[in-house]
Design a protein around this ligand. Sequence first.
Ligand SMILES: *[C@@H]1O[C@H](CO)[C@@H](O)[C@H](O)[C@H]1NC(C)=O
Ligand SMILES: *[C@@H]1O[C@H](CO)[C@@H](O)[C@H](O)[C@H]1NC(C)=O
Length: 216
Amino acid sequence: MATPIILFELLLALSILVALATDHSPLQDFCVADAKSQVLINGLACKDPKLAEANDFFFSGLHLEGNTSNAVGSMVTPVTVSQMPGLNTLGISMVRIDYAPWGINPPHTHPRASEILTVLEGHLEVGFVTSIPENRHITKVLKKGDVFVFPIGLIHYQRNVKSTNATAIAALSSQNPGVITIANSVFGCAPNIPSDILVRALQMDKNLVTHLQSIF
Ligand SMILES: *[C@@H]1O[C@H](CO)[C@@H](O)[C@H](O)[C@H]1NC(C)=O
Ligand SMILES: *[C@@H]1O[C@H](CO)[C@@H](O)[C@H](O)[C@H]1NC(C)=O
């Protein structure tokens, strides 16, 4: 009866493969992104390590409040490899998120990163949704100092639940986590997803689909 053991080993091997489905580990001390390189690789080409300097590993400005005067009432200030070339190949990045009173960070996913968020100021209602078939909604209200993790790939959101500003800092497990904001991707892509597809997929009135396409 070796079958259960083989099955177990297969599962173990698969879980190791899944664990590798994130940014690759560096094969050298660092690989500061070379902004001038024309080479297209997975990640960014390295500049000569001898030319690396402190500023490649540095970003200034996360003390500054983001401008939350927009339709959703939040602003994300990213520090990914685009802002800090030294993050190239390191598999991490971070963001500051500001929320106006009752502002939201709309439902979105990061295709390449888990996100661990800590509340610096205020109270945030946060949540994420598991995949099919459960589609379970896991949610909690956080206060200053609380930490919450959004697992890689899952749709998640935050809402400021007080009439004062809120601020959070989040770390992400990719140099380039990517963002797919659900409404913008579904209704705001170019060219549009044909509205009859959305009408049937979302069981939604055609006028409503057209309206949402005009907003996003
Ligand atoms: C914040 O953004 C709004 C809307 O884009 C703009 O009108 C306003 O000038 C900005 N405020 C600051 C302080 O930059
Ligand atoms: C709340 O945030 C807004 C927009 O960034 C800012 O103008 C305002 O001064 C903040 N209010 C407080 C009490 O910090």
